[in-house]
Design a protein around this ligand. Structure first.
Ligand code: ATR
Length: 288
């Protein structure tokens, strides 16, 4: 796709297919940029809008969107658990994640919920040609919602997964929700890195404006085949990824996950399976 194609006007007629992203706040979301890019690219009569909704108003907003003829919505922080509760039908990914990031309003009035974050992470790894061998061991930093989706998706791919978290109790809670998950103490993971072939940061450490933007752990104990991934995408190269690159390790940034997790919703709402390619990545990257 060329710059000329992205300059194609969006078609929004009286029959336009509508979707959006529910969040609080939502101003930082790149989803409107991405979905409207795809709508123009594929010439779909439709629109995708940011929907800033306070937690107390979430249920009313979802039912209101459904009543107004929306096809569905993405759901971001802090509504992913509320979206899980409001869905009438939960697919396997949502059940495993305990959360929903994609709502689809079906013609029969039922609300279907999906969690595409974990599958988006796996797809972005595959797209980058980084397929960790089955039976490989992955270590995830963090035990929040993002960790649960990624851990579940990696387990579903046959990997053995461990988590480490500043608050150990949360990691243990996660291990109860996802049988087979190992827990590594937060103060020991750097030393134990040699056991793992994939390291994924699922926390906001290293994120611009996050709790510790300079987060740059030691990778001195890493094996030389270790793949280091970060779900943070601002900055594109986090300090963790910079450390991995300087150690000569393979790295994966978070933008690919953001793009791949969006595909299922787009396909369900607008009827086109969108491509994640270099042009898509460049277009979204330019919006930062
Ligand atoms: P999400 O649902 O996006 O994963 P979350 O549930 O708030 O967000 O989880 C944030 C993760 O980042 C947690 O694992 C959190 O660790 P705690 O459970 O100990 O809070 C981790 N995190 C946030 N700030 C951190 C910090 N300064 N040091 C270490 N971990 C941190």
């Amino acid at each position: 796709m060329t710059a000329t194609d992205t300059a194609k006007p969006q078609i929004i007629t009286g029959k336009a297919k509508l979707a959006g992203v529910l969040g609080w706040p939502v101003a930082h979301s790149r989803s409107p940029v991405l979905h409207n890019y795809w709508l123009r690219r594929y010439g779909v009569d439709g629109a995708y809008v940011p929907l800033p909704v306070e937690p107390d108003a979430f249920v009313a907003a979802v039912l209101g969107l459904q009543a107004a003829g929306f096809r569905g919505a993405n759901v971001t922080i802090p509504h992913k658990e509320a979206a899980f509760k409001i869905a009438d039908v939960l697919d396997h990914s949502a059940q495993r994640a305990g959360a929903v990031n994609t709502l689809v309003f079906e013609d029969d009035g039922k609300i279907h919920g999906y969690s595409t974050d974990g599958a988006g992470f796996v797809a972005s790894m595959e797209a980058a040609g980084l397929n960790p061998p089955k039976q490989a061991q992955a270590l995830l930093l963090g035990a929040g919602g993002a960790a649960r989706s990624v851990a579940a998706a990696l387990q579903d791919c046959g990997l053995r997964v461990a988590v480490t978290n500043r608050t150990q109790g949360r990691a243990e809670e996660l291990a109860k929700a996802l049988p087979g998950l190992d827990v590594v103490p937060w103060n020991a993971w750097e030393q134990r890195l040699g056991t793992f072939s994939l390291l994924v940061n699922t926390t906001s450490l290293g994120m611009e404006g996050g709790p510790d933007a300079a987060f740059r752990p030691s990778l001195a104990h890493a094996g030389k085949e270790l793949v280091v991934a970060d779900i943070v995408y601002v900055p594109r190269i986090t300090p963790l990824l910079a450390e991995a690159q300087s150690a000569g390790l393979h790295t994966l940034g978070g933008l690919g996950m953001l793009l791949h997790q969006a595909r299922l919703g787009f396909q369900k709402w607008y009827g086109v399976n969108p491509e994640v390619d270099a042009a898509t990545e460049a277009f979204v990257q330019e919006s930062f």
